[in-house]
Design a protein around this ligand. Structure first.
Ligand code: FAD
Ligand code: SF4
Ligand code: SF4
Length: 482
């Protein structure tokens, strides 16, 4: 039985390059790569060679013979991407007439121009920075200095990814390996703009690559958001992951109901952590303070409220499968799915999400504390005089108030301007063309501050590859004679 990509896939496409028969898609060259919710193995062409398993940094690929019942939905998801239905996938025989080709090792093209030592500053040490460093360090003449404002490296792969997503967090092992390269120096507790200026970096280094991420939340534009008891999901995520900026952001968990506004993967992360079995969380990297607060929590229900219907759910299919089949207790009120149907839905991922939500809605309401996913609820105001007492939602022409003492906004992230660099206010990014900062020679961008806050950890690999290729090409073009 063919290999299957499962929940932990963070889209770095390492498996694509490892696969000898090109059966993993979308590849970075294909148009839907940037928007795909995961990568998928074509069961009809996979030859079960296992090359992708060793290439995957987060253990997301499972050989067919090791799949358990829980992974069955991923068998379907992989197969459905290629137009096969249900469990057709298990029937594909492994092809016998293949052999693993000798690995085509692409030796990176050496940079021919520029100074004897190409000295690059990278601002930030998140995934985009580390993938960029990895790419740059393939050039023996390159030295990299990473400037990171926090006391620990690797950005959101450490301070964003949920502590119970242990496989995804394994990507930090890869970044550790990059950090051990002799030609890289990582300066922690060093904020560019506070401890050193951008102009100083530009004067000192051959080029500067800004990889500072998109650190702020998109604000919820309704009255009452400033009340006590309304917090951003960012602050909660930072709090449970031990982010130094959010040590004091612990929420008041004396309320029985929490309302999370927005239903992307971050909303699901937060809901999962607030309803998780605390003893199971104790074995993860969760902050000890957060763990102690969760032990005292009175929360019985976390409502994840989405403005639009299930066909527009922002969470990805792998995350929903993880929620439905994992240890989380999740529920959907059948009344919330009235009118939802897979009829006429062409996209297999959307269809799979709708059917799984329908399946969940047929289950018994789980024991408390549990997560309730709701749809079609537009928040119009946070109620309360001093602290939040409820959220007023509009739903099909009428309004109602859902009582709660804690409201978490999770409607997306946004980049902030960097003094001295052009900012595109519409997208919340540093203005750039393919990573070259507009009208600012020698300065480049990558990651969320380049393309906006979308995609997975691995999406930053191809993104950084593009920026680094342009950066090196500019160095060559500036003094090609060397
Ligand atoms: C809550 C959350 C959970 C997520 N979970 C997953 C997941 O499970 N799987 C997945 O694939 N993707 C996940 N993602 C997405 C993933 O984390 C991002 O794609 C990725 O981190 C973006 O990388 P980046 O390098 O652009 O930014 P970041 O990871 O934000 O890194 C930016 C770095 O720059 C530093 N910095 C900023 N300004 C300065 C300055 N002036 N000087 C010095 N340093 C500076 C910051 O401290 C930070 O370390 C999650 C995102 C969030 C927000
Ligand atoms: S097992 Fe081999 S053939 Fe199948 S997807 Fe992985 S690399 Fe490709
Ligand atoms: S994480 Fe990377 S290597 Fe692993 S399955 Fe996803 S794209 Fe492939």
């Amino acid at each position: 039985m063919p290999h299957v990509v499962t929940q932990a896939c963070c889209g770095d496409a390492s498996c694509v390059y490892a696969c000898p028969v090109n059966c993993i898609h979308p590849t970075p060259d294909e148009p839907d790569f940037g928007i795909a919710e995961m990568l998928y193995i074509d069961p009809s062409t996979c030859v079960d060679c296992g090359a992708c398993v060793s290439a995957c940094p987060v253990g997301a690929i499972v050989p067919g013979h090791r799949l358990d019942e829980k992974a069955a939905r991923f068998v379907d998801a992989n197969a459905a991407h290629y137009g096969y239905t249900q469990r057709d996938a298990v029937r594909f025989p492994v092809q016998q007439d293949w052999r693993l080709p000798l690995a085509p090792i692409d030796k990176p093209k050496a940079v021919r121009g520029g100074p004897a030592v190409i000295d690059i500053a990278i601002v930030g040490s998140g995934p985009s920075a580390m993938y960029a460093a990895d790419e740059l360090l393939k050039q023996p003449r390159v030295r990299v200095t990473v400037y990171e404002r926090l006391n620990l490296p690797f950005g959101l792969s450490r301070f964003g990814v949920a502590p119970d997503h242990t496989s995804t967090r394994l990507v930090m092992d890869l970044f550790d390996e990059v950090a051990r390269h002799p030609n890289i120096t990582i300066l922690l507790n060093t904020e560019v703009g506070r401890d050193v200026t951008l102009d100083e970096l530009r004067a000192k280094h051959t080029a500067v690559l800004w990889a500072g991420g998109a650190p702020t939340d998109r604000p919820l534009p309704v009255p009452g958001v400033d009340l006590r008891g309304v917090q951003s999901a960012t602050s909660i995520v930072g709090w449970y992951n031990g982010h130094p900026d959010f040590v004091d952001a612990g929420p008041d968990l004396s309320t029985e109901r929490v309302v999370v506004i927005g239903n992307g993967n971050v909303a699901l992360d937060v809901a999962r952590i607030l309803t998780a079995d605390v003893d199971a969380l104790a074995d993860t990297s969760i902050s000890r303070d957060a763990l102690a607060s969760l032990r005292e929590s009175k929360v019985r229900e976390v409502v994840v409220a989405a403005r639009r219907g299930p066909e527009h759910a922002a969470f990805t299919l792998p995350e929903l499968i993880g929620l439905a089949d994992g240890s989380a207790r999740v529920w959907v009120d059948p009344a919330d799915l009235v009118g939802a149907s897979v009829d006429g839905v062409d996209d297999p991922t959307i269809a799979a999400k709708i059917s799984l939500l329908q399946e969940i809605s047929q289950r018994e309401r789980p024991a408390e504390p549990f997560i309730r996913l709701t749809f079609g609820q537009t928040p119009v105001a946070i109620e309360g005089s001093d602290s939040a007492t409820g959220v007023r939602f509009a739903h099909e022409g009428s309004e109602s108030v859902l009582e709660t003492g804690l409201v978490l906004t999770a409607i997306g992230y946004r980049g902030v301007p960097v003094p001295g660099l052009p900012f595109d206010d519409a997208t919340g990014t540093i203005a750039n063309v393919d990573g070259r900062v507009t009208d600012t020679p020698g300065v480049y961008v990558t990651g969320w501050i380049k393309r906006g806050p979308s995609g997975f950890i691995g999406t930053n690999k191809t993104d950084s590859g593009q920026t680094v290729a342009n950066l090196l090409a500019d160095i060559e073009a500036a003094s090609p004679g060397r």
